[in-house]
Design a protein around this ligand. Structure first.
Ligand SMILES: [Zn+2]
Length: 180
């Protein structure tokens, strides 16, 4: 069992990714510190680690400050019908483009599919034992209405885009004026 796990770990590290193993509170602390530092990183957490992280990260003040909200059933239906991705309880903090268009959960997944393909996006939502979390993602949202990059130069000023759902820990972005 341990031997076969090492084989998998060896294959993943062979592809250039590091794996860190630590107890739950240490992992949650590492994720928190990464978010606060403003550095970009992706984490594949266990379900328990993701739960522990969400419990400490999403304080009522933070939820209020990030303006994260559940996407509507209409948007969920549109994501399923037009993008072919089924999402549950997806929460997103939309950004408004200067042209007036709202960049929400639909636009975000549409851009993700354009950049990574529908199978990769579906695979993230279908992870069974792990939850994907992006701290300070490098993605620059692009308005599908006017092709303008939202959030300027892709630096830390990415607007209010944060997301979270039951299948996915989502992404968390540090903003200097927000409580973390
Ligand atoms: Zn626009």
């Amino acid at each position: 069992m341990y031997e076969s796990m090492l084989t998998h770990i060896d294959a993943v590290t062979g592809s250039g990714k590091v794996i860190i193993s630590a107890n739950e509170s240490t992992v949650v602390e590492i994720v928190m510190e990464t978010i606060k530092s403003g550095r970009s990183a992706s984490f594949y957490l266990t379900n328990d680690q993701a739960k522990a992280f969400k419990a400490s990260y999403w304080t009522p003040e933070r939820i209020k400050a990030s303006k994260i909200q559940l996407i509507s059933n209409d948007e969920k239906d549109r994501i399923k019908a037009e993008l072919g991705v089924e999402v549950h309880s997806f929460r997103f903090s939309p950004i408004q483009c200067e042209c007036g268009h709202i960049y929400g959960g639909f636009e975000f997944l549409q851009q993700g599919i354009r950049e990574h393909g529908v199978n990769s996006v579906r695979a993230v939502f279908n992870l069974k034992n792990s939850m994907f979390l992006q701290a300070n993602p490098t993605l620059v949202p692009i308005c599908p209405n006017c092709d303008q990059m939202l959030g300027g130069d892709g630096g830390p000023d990415l607007g209010d885009l944060e997301y979270d759902c039951d299948q996915y820990v989502g992404c968390c972005i540090v903003e200097p004026d927000r409580p973390v």
